[in-house]
Design a protein around this ligand. Structure first.
Ligand SMILES: Cc1cc2nc3c(=O)[nH]c(=O)nc-3n(C[C@H](O)[C@H](O)[C@H](O)COP(=O)(O)OP(=O)(O)OC[C@H]3O[C@@H](n4cnc5c(N)ncnc54)[C@H](O)[C@@H]3O)c2cc1C
Length: 448
């Protein structure tokens, strides 16, 4: 069935953790398998079902929810060898890729042909498209363009007990049957293994012009963000960093940050050069009110440097103490300032350095507690603090996860948010797809 080099036993340590390693999480597996085709994935799934062995699908291992970490043994199924571009039709704005293709490669391929694949999660150079679908990943430009799932028209998935199914395809509309495609999107490897996807593309905007505004405090910055929406502007991205995040990342900043910067907004306007310039100027006016400084980088290298820096914020925060517990709660935009301040209060109550940054326009905060990966007492306090964050999100009418998923780290969290009947339906869906409970067990559970 599989090549001899496709089974790694013992499991190499590189496959036993993800981006939660900074909070001390590391698993163990009986073996790692590296299938090359959907049929090989199906054969592995059939073997695991036949032998009652747990399966943990794995992409690039950049997840923040320990979804790909084999916490209770079993077989890790890595999709890294499924890297074919099965079809690319630039004239029809669509591409058919296998699960292991890197997100950045999809974006590059589109860009080389004048097209855009908009989802831009921060770890695009390491994360895989199949996993981005499995987490329904977001990113800065989600504000205008939506999350990964919005760009998927079809999926090939391996489901138990070892079958390859296709839902959707290269078509742009499809309402036949229940929407199994959407159930798979964001299911974090608990319902099936994505092996390939048809993705929608759009013509790339000719210009993208950022506006960076620095403020003295959160209240002034959040008021400016609300003003952008109130006057009817549509930025492609609308991001924020609070004071501690700015401080953590300041050393690498490509822009001069005025003394006293306690909050930063990064917005971007895109479209034709004239349209992008018009929206950029309007954004600068709206965001400029009450700002300490407004920067308008224009040269391509400056714009790229800005977004590279923004992508690095997570790592800069990790570098403060060598680890962090970072969540991705969502609140309505009218509660953003409250949630940012509450993150700091929760951190202080638990004697933890806290900060947040994230996708302001989507009300999506990366609320973070800095803690060394080997500081057991600190990690315990951070776990308790994270529970308070989830309670905060629910109290604000939001969600415990905007883009990273539930995985293992938020295994108790959904029960805070959903009514018992909704939780039952969640469990029944899981049973329908995976009656033996072998597909990424313990992850994304209804009740923990
Ligand atoms: C620096 C940094 C920045 C980040 N920025 C963002 C961001 O802006 N937005 C965002 O949403 N996330 C972000 N993330 C989180 C992470 O990159 C995303 O969750 C990403 O989708 C994970 O992809 P991966 O290939 O690394 O998946 P993994 O971590 O390997 O797996 C993630 C989940 O998907 C499942 N899975 C993997 N492959 C498949 C498959 N083919 N079929 C079914 N299930 C599968 C796994 O079991 C696991 O549950 C960031 C992470 C880092 C480290």
């Amino acid at each position: 069935m599989l090549d001899a080099d496709a089974v790694l036993d013992p499991a190499p340590s590189a496959y036993l953790s993800d981006a939660t390693e900074g909070r001390g999480l590391r698993g163990h597996a009986d073996a790692v398998v590296l299938p090359r085709t959907a049929d090989e994935v199906a054969a592995v799934v059939a073997w695991c079902c036949g032998h009652d062995v747990a399966m943990v699908p794995r992409g690039g291992g950049t997840g923040f929810a320990a979804g790909a970490v084999p916490l209770d043994g079993g077989v890790v199924i890595s999709l890294e060898r499924l890297t074919a571009i099965r079809a690319f039709d630039p004239q029809l704005w669509r591409i058919h890729v296998e699960a292991g293709v890197l997100t950045a490669d999809v974006r590059r391929r589109a860009r080389e042909n004048g097209l855009l694949f908009p989802p831009d999660p921060g770890a695009a150079e390491s994360s895989q498209i199949g996993a981005n679908i499995a987490t329904n990943a977001g990113g800065p430009h989600t504000f205008k363009y939506g999350v990964t799932g919005a760009w998927v028209t079809g999926l090939e998935v391996v489901v138990t007990p070892g079958d390859v199914i296709a839902v959707g395809g290269p078509v742009r509309k499809d309402v036949a049957g229940y929407d199994i495609k959407s159930l798979m999107i964001g299911s974090e490897g608990t319902l099936g293994i994505v092996t390939a996807a048809w993705l929608r593309l759009i013509p790339a905007p000719q210009a993208a012009l950022p506006v960076v505004a620095c403020y003295r405090d959160t209240a002034t910055g959040c008021t400016a963000i609300e003003r952008v929406l109130a006057v009817g502007l549509q930025p492609s991205a609308l991001e924020y960093l609070d004071r501690a995040s700015v401080t953590a990342a300041a050393a690498g900043s490509p822009l001069d940050l005025p003394a006293g910067t306690g909050f930063m907004v990064i917005a971007e306007a895109d479209g034709s050069p004239a349209e992008a310039a018009r929206v950029r100027d309007d954004l600068a006016e709206s965001l400029g009110e009450g700002a300490l400084a407004v920067h308008l980088p224009e040269a391509r290298r400056d714009v790229e440097a800005l977004w590279r820096w923004r992508d690095g914020v997570s790592l800069a925060v990790t570098a403060q103490l060598g680890g962090k517990v970072s969540e991705d709660i969502v609140v309505g935009l009218d509660r953003l300032a409250e949630a940012i301040e509450a993150t700091l209060e929760i951190g202080a109550r638990h004697d933890l350095r806290a900060c947040s940054w994230g996708h302001a326009g989507d009300g999506n905060l990366h609320s973070t507690f800095m803690v060394a990966a080997d500081d057991e007492a600190g990690l315990e306090r951070a776990a308790a603090a994270a529970e308070e964050l989830f309670a905060l999100a629910v109290h604000c009418g939001g969600s415990v996860s905007g883009e990273h998923g539930v995985g293992w780290v938020k295994r108790h969290a959904l029960a805070r948010q959903w009514a018992p009947r909704a939780l039952d339906l969640h469990s029944e869906i899981k049973r329908a797809f995976d009656p033996q409970g072998l597909m990424n067990p313990g992850k994304k559970p209804a009740r923990g």
